[in-house]
Design a protein. Sequence first.
Length: 183
Amino acid sequence: MKRLFFSILFMLNMAASLIAHAEKVDSEKPTNVEADQMAYDDTKQINTFSGNVVLTRGSLIMRASKVVVTHDAAGHQFATLYAAPGGLATYRQKRDGGPNLWIEGQAERIAYDGKMEQVKLFSKAKIRRLDGIKLTDEVEGEFITYDSRAEFFLVNNTASGESKPGAGRIKATIQPQTEQRDK
């Protein structure tokens, strides 16, 4: 039971660091997970939440049909969010740097690597940066990797993470900088 408690705490700490420039105060907030079911494999150190999973911590909200959380020997967390058939897994979190800055993403599958601080979105992937409700930037494609340390996006036209001629197009909307955003 004690290992289960600590494993859940590891998973909950992972969620707070999901997105780059996430609001720092989120890491000090309690994490809540709601799901229809939870299974824990103590031998493999795997937590599986299923059925309308909602994970919240401060401003962070993640939603998926299923969330699988693991961690390595060094304590780095890895989470994979799976959408229900025909749906999308989502996340949304307030960013530091302004009173109402947000980042949100969606895809059929979302993988988070806590060690590398990267988010990978697979199939029907989209990331949006918002200032309040105003869209500031948006990218979409079949595969998006977002390195939160370097603030670097890579978007490809296949869910395998490689770009192939004729496989589709990526789309990006980048809003012009305004004086107010530069302040």
